[in-house]
Design a protein around this ligand. Structure first.
Ligand code: NDP
Length: 286
């Protein structure tokens, strides 16, 4: 293997220590502890694990967690009422409604995201904040893309003028990460399921961000020697092992830097959620 590892576990741990110290100093100086509200609807096991990890991270940094566990059939209006209550609560600075909402109950996820006060939008999914991202004005940035950019900065490499290829165009990863790369003056190509000759497009990249959800779709021999590879994918193989969207071992033979799965982009998402909440709290002068 020639690539250096971009260690998201270590970076996220150090960011969390910084956040804990900032909060502790802020509280000593008379500020209010930042508050993050987590809303879990239903009992999907994966969502329950994600929310548990977010709540634990919150506690460890000295933030206050306001948790709402709601039945799967609570219904759209009652869920909107919970969001309205959290919007009005001055002790809550960040709100996160865990997605996806339960299937079969007619939820409108977009309406729920739009109901969150944009200033408390810890996930950065509100359309106003996504618009601000497009315009390059300050606003909460979606956590996983923000984590990808923090990892990229760790390489210390100049991004300006580099060709970045993003595989995936979702609203939560592919599109926002593309805008952030553009902000760093990369030349950005966004690929998706209709892209022709994906291998050739990926092969022309200096920076590859894979956010597809297809195990090892990006083959190691596609990677241009020296490219930086960021693998957002979280998939389980037949043996139940976590693997990414990139064929790690072969890609690591050619890349200059690469994120592992697990331990790469994944841990950064929670660290960025905490950062967004802290920024939201103290932007309002709490
Ligand atoms: P989505 O399913 O919303 O989007 C997947 C994207 O990949 C789509 O744009 C789709 O194209 C594209 N795609 C699918 N198949 C192909 C293909 N064969 N070739 C090229 N493009 C393809 O996924 P998300 O963005 O939500 O998540 C992507 C991955 O990242 C998943 O593994 C998810 O688990 C993981 N993830 C990890 C996070 C973390 O914290 N590390 C956070 C969020 C997600 P089209 O638009 O044409 O359908």
């Amino acid at each position: 293997m020639t690539a250096q590892i971009l260690d998201g576990k270590a970076l996220s741990a150090s960011i969390r220590v910084d956040i804990r110290e900032t909060i502790s100093k802020g509280i000593a100086a008379g500020k209010t502890a930042p508050g993050l509200a987590t809303v879990l609807v239903g009992e999907d096991p994966a969502s329950a694990v994600y929310v548990r990890n977010k709540r634990r991270a919150c506690d460890e940094t000295g933030m206050v967690n306001f948790h709402k566990e709601l039945p799967a059939d609570i219904g759209q209006q009652a869920l909107l009422d919970v969001v309205a209550e959290l919007n009005a609560d001055q002790a809550v600075h960040g709100i996160l409604v865990q997605l996806p909402l339960p299937k079969g109950f007619d939820y409108d996820e977009n309406a729920v995201l739009q109901a969150i006060d944009p200033a408390k939008d810890a996930d950065g999914f509100h359309p106003l904040n996504q618009g601000a991202l497009m315009q390059g004005t300050p606003a909460p940035i979606p956590c996983t893309p923000k984590g990808v950019m923090a990892l990229l900065r760790e390489t210390g490499l100049e991004l300006s003028g580099k060709h970045a290829v993003v595989v995936g165009r979702s609203n939560i990863v592919g599109k926002p990460v593309s805008l952030l790369l553009l902000r760093e003056h990369c030349t950005v190509t966004v690929c998706h399921s209709r892209t022709q000759d994906l291998a050739a497009v990926v092969g022309s990249a200096d920076v590859i961000v894979a956010a597809v959800g297809v195990p090892e779709l990006v083959k190691g021999n596609w990677v241009k020697p020296g490219a930086i590879v960021l693998d957002v994918g979280i998939n389980r193989n037949a043996e139940g092992k976590l693997i990414g969207d990139v064929e790690f071992a072969t890609a690591a033979e050619r890349a200059s830097w690469i994120t592992p799965v697990p331990g790469g982009v994944g841990p950064m998402t929670i660290a960025m959620l905490l950062q967004n909440t802290l920024e939201a709290a103290w932007r309002t002068g709490a």
